[in-house]
Design a protein around this ligand. Structure first.
Ligand code: ADP
Ligand code: MG
Length: 254
């Protein structure tokens, strides 16, 4: 049975006389990964903030399941460089202080258990994103909301992180709403894609979206070909620039 965690209908938002979002519908069910993609300035972060309740929509409705627990990782999460803090210390900076064993378990699960005593300032981009993910998971969320979780992560790290994210709904029994503007890899770990540019341009299964005229208009033919590669099997390799070494004539629907 499907369980609806979040339902946004007809969301509109404007600032300084500029319409940023109009008529946006979005649903997330327990167990699924929904990815919001779109160019810079498309309103992805704004929509996500409305979804988690940090911003109020000007129009439309936002329904959250009763008692919904949200683990939110914002797009820009910067640290005060003068703050001496270890990974373990950062994990316990929460209203409900977690046990040491819970902290270690979740860090281990996201692949950074060995970094417990490391200074936060000494982490790579990929390690930092894994720590942020672990911190959000510590709350045992029903809905995990990640705004560009691949920021600062190199291409190999992204592939691994997407693989980890793909496992999370099953392990935690949660849903994931994720924002991305990169076309690489996203699709392998996504049940549904919503392509946003102020409004929903197209939405659906990754492969259907990648062939949609609105999607092609936004991202162009090259983007769709990359997507086709990534939405299929990992039977390709990457050159030093992260480009896919494979003919762009990828058969779809296999
Ligand atoms: P995305 O995450 O897709 O890159 P954002 O949601 O961050 O896009 O921003 C969408 C647009 O809304 C941008 O043009 C941004 O400048 C504008 N915007 C976001 N927040 C505010 C705000 N608080 N006041 C005015 N404009 C804003
Ligand atoms: Mg954003």
């Amino acid at each position: 049975m499907t369980e609806l965690l979040l339902e946004l209908s007809g969301i509109g938002w404007q600032r300084d006389g500029r319409r940023i979002l109009s008529g946006v519908d979005l649903k997330v069910q327990r167990g699924e990964i929904v990815t919001l993609i779109g160019p810079n300035g498309a309103g992805k972060s704004t929509l996500v903030q409305i979804a988690v309740g940090l911003l109020a929509a000007d129009s439309g409705t936002c329904r959250r399941m009763k008692g919904l627990r949200i683990g939110y990782v914002p797009q820009a999460m910067t640290l005060d460089p003068s703050l001496p803090l270890t990974v373990g210390g950062f994990m316990t900076l929460q209203t409900r202080k977690p046990s040491a064993s819970a902290v270690l378990a979740v860090l281990t699960e996201t692949g950074v258990g060995d970094l417990h005593d490391r200074s936060l300032h000494a982490l790579s981009g990929g390690e930092w994103q894994r720590v942020l993910l672990a911190r959000a998971l510590l709350q045992k969320p029903d809905l995990l909301v990640l705004d560009e979780p691949m920021q600062g992560v190199d291409l190999t790290g992204q592939e691994e992180l997407y693989r980890l994210l793909a496992e999370i709904p099953r392990r935690y029994g949660c849903g994931i709403l994720m924002v991305s503007h990169d076309l690489h890899l996203v699709m392998a770990a996504t049940d549904r894609v919503i392509c946003l540019n102020g409004h929903v341009c197209c939405a659906g299964h990754p492969e259907a979206v990648s062939a949609h005229p609105e999607y092609l208009r936004l991202f162009g033919w090259q983007g769709s070909q990359q997507l086709a590669v990534y939405s299929h099997h990992h039977d390709h390799s990457h050159d030093a620039h992260g480009c896919v070494k494979q003919s762009p004539q990828v058969k779809t629907g296999d």
